[in-house]
Design a protein around this ligand. Structure first.
Ligand code: DGL
Length: 272
């Protein structure tokens, strides 16, 4: 039987991870789950977010019964992996900023971290920096705008004109950063636009490493050339899922596409 993988994000960002997994394990059944009712995660209070992530993932795991859950969201992973592993029996793979990779590649010792405002400020991120980049200066930039622009890009194909002025001053700082970690799964969706504007920079994301980790955990299952099925579930308005559906349809046939009902009602999100 094909292994089945549930891939979760607040919005379309996790598709950048799904794409890598599809490429590496074409025979795996992939279920994409987006919490668009609660999007965006990166500006919400931690306590509200942990509960919401646990509720949504628990509901989806009970429904899909996957072999593995991939939390394809740095904002969720740097906060809620522990809580998820406490309540779920299925293995949980998290996606966290690839600080270690960037620290291994830099010769200047200056690396960038581009992520959501929540992720750049997390104790989990501080620990990654201490453990793997203590010899570096890590320049952090928290952007909620880039998340929205990645959603717009996936839905319309248009890159927001504010992208360049938004990042230019940060990128221009001296000494120059030549390695920047894309610490939000939405950002690799804007990779072409970033590379075009700042070709001197190596943009580093976690997608390929996550796909390799999933392959290891599934111990060789999912390698068949025959494509596994694709499904899509979301929590909010159908409109918000159209871009994700188009993206998935370009990868293969989407068998099931429907709203996931989450047991607990949505609590009013509070801004941090
Ligand atoms: N894609 C998510 C991440 O990797 C965050 C997007 C959001 O703010 O909801 O952090």
């Amino acid at each position: 039987m094909n292994p089945s993988i549930l891939i979760f994000d607040s919005g379309v960002g996790g598709l950048s991870i799904l794409q890598e997994i599809r490429q590496r394990l074409p025979g795996a059944d992939l279920h994409y789950l987006m919490d668009n009712a609660f999007f965006p995660y990166g500006v919400k209070a931690d306590d509200v977010l942990v509960q919401r992530i646990v509720d949504v993932c628990s509901a989806a795991v009970a429904d899909v019964r996957p072999d593995l859950l991939v939390v394809a969201c740095n904002t969720a992973s740097t906060l809620a992996l522990h809580a998820l592993r406490n309540v779920l029996t299925v293995p949980v793979v998290g996606v966290v900023p690839a600080i270690k990779v960037a620290a291994g590649l830099t010769s200047s010792g200056h690396i960038g971290l581009l992520a959501t405002p929540a992720t750049v400020n997390r104790p989990y991120t501080d620990r990654l920096v201490e453990d793997f980049a203590a010899h570096c200066t890590v320049h952090r930039f928290g952007s909620a705008e880039l998340v929205l622009w990645a959603e717009t890009f996936l839905n319309t194909g248009t890159v927001d004109a504010k992208l360049t002025p938004h990042l230019q001053r940060w990128i221009d700082q001296q000494p120059q950063m030549l390695h920047v970690v894309l610490g939000c799964t939405h950002f690799p969706l804007l990779r072409d636009a970033l590379e075009q504007r700042w070709p001197q920079i190596q943009w580093i994301d976690s997608g390929a490493a996550i796909a390799r980790r999933v392959e290891t955990l599934l111990a060789g299952r999912g390698l068949e050339a025959r494509h596994g099925i694709l499904n899509c579930r979301w929590t909010g308005a159908d409109d918000g899922a159209q871009g994700a559906l188009r993206f998935l349809q370009a990868l293969g046939t989407v068998q099931q596409a429907s709203v996931l009902s989450v047991g607990n009602p949505i609590q009013q999100p509070s801004a941090v």
